[in-house]
Design a protein around this ligand. Structure first.
Ligand code: FAD
Length: 384
């Protein structure tokens, strides 16, 4: 690993103090009560972490992807729900604006996000269109200076508390499926015609709110469309590639958190008159967990540094590899941590049990790991 920069060292130091003070005492409670402490938006907004990637010229901290992932990893060691907030506005606001918004749109929205209090979500998935994004049915029909949106999105992270969403909707039926007919919009969640469904109860990351969003003749100004009409799908794929390492960062953090607990337990827990850490069977498990975490972390930061340096030639392939490798690793390591804690690891209310549930969704959202493997294999086979 390259040494930390002064900025990274200072940021991670103060972030650790915030995690110890604000997150660690409520990490279990957020999971058990399935409630999200909204004051954390203020906490992370004041640290510049909700808006980490907003460039300095728009009033943001302008953190690079590597530093953002380090911050996410650090928080995820204690709580995946807490880590969700780090960089929350990047995929749903900052990257779409930076990569295919107009300068006028950037000037309008980025300074607002840079203030730190804004929460945004990205709304792509529908009940019958997840991996198959091109199958989405939500429609945006042009009517004068507005589009009129009708449809439904599901599983939307932070929807119940979002101020804005980045919405993907069909704007025509012609052209190549998905590639030519999906557009992308910034939508104010206070717009008439939007309703939020009930809290969706998840297996893990229970403190994070998720919900359906319904659109009933919602008027969205043409000025809120980002990029060319019909080109939202390709843009969406590109920004998902750029953001995927942040999912991997949560995975590495969760695995490290579970590993640390497993090591402490292995030293402390006695069986047959010895610490269980004295048994080679347990030692080998711990060694494998450690190897996997270190390998995942190395791949993660190799990828983020390439992206930060503007080396995007293998972006899709690398982002998919990092997402798959780190999230599969987190599932395995958190499961092994539960194993090392034995029956105590299986009891609800135990940190490793929560971490194992939290890890599972990382293999599913932002493109399932099967879809990532398709991308990797297609490139290896020279299909595109
Ligand atoms: C907690 C949580 C938070 C989420 N947050 C958001 C959010 O904020 N915004 C948003 O838009 N979405 C969000 N999602 C949705 C998420 O991105 C989708 O669930 C995911 O993309 C998979 O879509 P799906 O559930 O429809 O599964 P499907 O696409 O129906 O897939 C079902 C299974 O089939 C496999 N499969 C599908 N196609 C192929 C193929 N071609 N080859 C091989 N296997 C395939 C999949 O890998 C999966 O195992 C969230 C989901 C969860 C659970």
């Amino acid at each position: 690993m390259e040494p930390l920069t002064e900025l990274q060292e200072a940021l991670l130091d103060s972030l650790q103090r915030v995690v110890d003070r604000e997150i660690a005492p409520i990490a279990q409670e957020m999971d058990e009560t399935e409630t999200f402490p909204t004051h954390l938006v203020k906490v992370f907004g004041e640290m510049g972490l909700m808006q980490a990637r907003v460039p300095e010229e728009y009033g943001g901290p302008g953190l690079d992807l590597t530093t953002t992932c380090m911050a996410k990893e650090l928080v995820a060691r204690t709580s995946a729900t807490g880590a969700q907030l780090i960089n929350q506005n990047t995929i749903s606001f900052v990257l779409p604006l930076l990569h295919f918004g107009t300068e006028e749109q950037r000037q309008k929205w980025l300074p607002l996000v840079a203030e730190g209090g804004v929460v945004s979500s990205v709304a792509i998935t529908e009940p019958h269109a997840g991996s198959d994004v091109g199958a989405m049915k939500t429609r945006a029909v042009l009517d004068g200076d507005d589009y009129i949106v009708n449809g439904q999105k599901c599983f939307i992270t932070m929807a119940p508390i979002a101020d804005y969403i980045t919405l993907f909707a069909k704007t025509s039926d012609s052209g190549k499926r998905g590639v030519d007919n999906i557009s992308c919009f910034i939508v104010d969640m206070k717009s008439p015609g939007i309703t939020i469904g009930g809290h969706e109860k998840m297996m893990g990351q229970r403190g994070t709110p998720h919900a359906d969003i319904y659109f009933d003749n919602v008027r969205v100004p043409v000025a809120n469309r980002m990029g060319e009409e019909g080109k939202g799908f390709l843009s969406c794929m590109h920004i998902l590639d750029l953001n995927r390492p942040t999912v991997a960062a949560t995975a590495v953090g969760l695995a490290q958190g579970a590993f640390d607990i497993a090591v402490a337990y292995a030293k402390d827990r006695k069986a047959f008159g010895r610490s269980i850490g004295d048994f080679q069977g347990v030692q080998f498990m711990l060694a494998d967990m450690h190897i996997q975490i270190e390998a995942a972390r190395a791949l993660l930061y190799q990828c983020t540094r390439a992206i930060d340096a503007g080396r995007h030639d293998r972006l899709t392939e690398m982002a998919s590899m990092v997402k798959c490798f780190c999230t599969d690793m987190a599932m395995k390591v958190t499961t092994d941590a539960v194993q090392i804690l034995g029956g105590h690891g299986y009891v609800r209310g135990n940190h490793v049990e929560r971490m194992m549930r939290d890890a599972k969704v990382l293999q599913i959202y932002e493109g399932t790991n099967q879809i990532q493997r398709l991308q990797i294999a297609r490139r290896a086979l020279g299909f595109r």
